[in-house]
Design a binder for this molecule. Structure first.
Ligand SMILES: Nc1nc2c(ncn2[C@@H]2O[C@H](COP(=O)(O)OP(=O)(O)OP(=O)(O)O)[C@@H](O)[C@H]2O)c(=O)[nH]1
Ligand SMILES: [Mg+2]
Length: 359
């Protein structure tokens, strides 16, 4: 039986959803001012209280270069600035500064009930005002009439709006974990993200793909953990290869090979053979090869496994231990480099398309 696990709210197994509940408040309007002109030698001083400034709005803006809502994990309260109060000599108060929440393309904004859609941000540059700043109050100069030359009244500013909203984004994995059962894929995901996948020393612990948001060097990407592949998976052995669909759109595969297995080269080749048998072009995707669980290896075993894996993969594997964290940042940086490269290439492609470029 698989125990239900508490998961942080921004990582949902299967739903592949990144979401954040945030509290926003637009700025209060500044109050109008009551003031009279009082100067030497000027006989009739009139009212000269200026209007208060408008409070700042809370704006959500869709920007380039973000692909998760990870920032909203660290900050959930956003408040725009209040408008400045009006002043004497007919000086109006300044407008309060807006607060702008930057979100990736594909973010949806829901009301507090998490059901009512308020806005759908589908293009870079799109902006929506989600809470309007309060209007500033009129100063007493505004209330001067022919019958009331010296009004003593001014309006207070309107209060800002306070509300709770949800930001939601459908996640698409940038990187996919690959390996035999027990290779340590889930351990790795748990070590590098807030995801809490089930981890155990028997094969097929992971039955459903899981996603986590990984943050490294101030950047982020989405990593998918999928069930282990075994020999014959493409013919349905083990859990089969259905779930490979979840990593078809990944930009890079991180192939973890268990250093404590009998033969790291054979383990690698088994997985590659199943990938090759899978009809979609997964086998052509960029791959980072890494030998895992190096904490459990003697220097001699390590040397031997590295040599075997290097021969099989025709590349020098990265070395890591998901359990101790050794080598993990280096692996993440290698993944990020490929993800970044692919993102840039994609962006350039779209630009060329948009410009109507023809070969
Ligand atoms: N010594 C050591 N053990 C590890 C390391 N990473 C994972 N393990 C152990 O290896 C076993 C399998 O780990 P999992 O993370 O569940 O492996 P998995 O690849 O997700 O396995 P499946 O979901 O079954 O495909 C567990 O007992 C882990 O504690 C590591 O870096 N070093
Ligand atoms: Mg697992």
């Amino acid at each position: 039986m698989i125990a239900a696990q508490a998961r942080p709210r921004y990582v949902f197994a299967m739903k592949f959803l990144d979401q954040a509940k945030i509290y926003i408040r637009s700025g209060d309007g500044g109050a109008g001012c009551v003031s009279f002109r009082r100067e030497k030698f000027i006989e009739f001083g009139g009212p000269n209280g200026g209007d208060g400034g408008r409070g700042g709005d809370v704006v959500v803006e869709c920007v380039d270069g973000l692909n998760t809502l990870i920032d909203y994990r660290y900050q959930q309260h956003f408040k725009a600035k209040a408008g400045i109060h009006g002043m004497g000599k007919n000086r109006a108060g300044g407008r309060g500064a807006d607060v702008v929440l930057k979100v990736p393309v594909g973010t949806q904004i829901f009301d507090e009930d998490n059901e009512t859609l308020l806005a759908d941000l589908t293009a870079v540059g799109q902006r929506v005002v989600i809470a309007k700043g309060g209007n500033g109050g009129f100063g007493n100069a505004h209330f001067k009439t022919s019958t009331n030359q010296a009004p003593r009244r001014a309006n207070p500013g309107q209060p800002g709006e306070e509300r709770t909203i949800w930001l939601r984004l459908k996640l698409i994995a940038d990187a996919g974990l690959l390996g035999l059962p027990n290779a340590g894929k889930s351990t790795f995901l748990a070590a590098v993200s807030a995801a809490k996948p089930k981890i155990a020393d028997y094969p097929f612990t992971t039955l459903h793909p899981q996603l986590g948001v990984v943050s490294i060097d101030g950047r982020e990407f989405v990593l998918a953990d999928i069930p282990g592949l075994i020999e014959g998976a493409s013919e349905g052995a083990g859990l089969g290869t259905r779930f490979l669909g979840h990593i078809e759109r990944c930009r890079v595969l991180l192939h973890l090979v268990d250093g404590t297995c009998e033969h790291a080269g054979k383990a690698y080749k088994t997985v590659r053979a199943e990938l090759a048998a899978y009809e979609h072009d997964l086998v052509d995707k960029p791959e980072i090869v890494a030998l895992n669980k190096v904490d459990a290896l003697t220097p001699e075993d390590l040397k031997q496994q590295v040599a075997r894996l290097k021969r099989a993969a025709k590349t020098t594997p990265l070395l890591l231990s998901g359990a101790t964290g050794k080598g993990v940042p280096e692996v993440l940086r290698a993944v990020l480099a490929v993800v970044d490269g692919a993102r840039t290439a994609e962006r350039n492609d779209t630009t060329v398309e948009a410009a109507g470029w023809q070969p």
